[in-house]
Design a protein. Sequence first.
Length: 142
Amino acid sequence: MNINKNIIEQLNKEVEESIKLDEIPIGAVVFKSDDQSIIAAGHNTRQSDHNVLGHAEVNAILAAEMKINDWRLDGYSMIVSLKPCEMCSTVIKESRLDRIYYILNSNYIGVGNNVDFVKVDYFPEEEKMYDEYLKNFFHKKR
């Protein structure tokens, strides 16, 4: 499946919002699996909300659940700028999303075998940009 450009543009907005908030620059977008219409998005808010659960994936899932008024996200997929951590992987699994796409690999353990997880290789510019955002963020912090 090719991810449409509107989804990538929204993903970029979420990453940029994380940067504005001085958060780790990660974004996530939830969309309908069949027609790729966006229903929710999220970015990191751990520092600004003082909440350990403030990961982009969790924020996007919570927004999607509120929008459809159900915690079950069957029929929906998500794209994330960075491969999800173990905590987010568990939340993703429990939310019943159909498929998870990610652009940039991470050093975290990531999603287990019970989730259909796909590395998207056809956005090399975004992959390079997200990598630079992360390097710059952590370089600034050290």
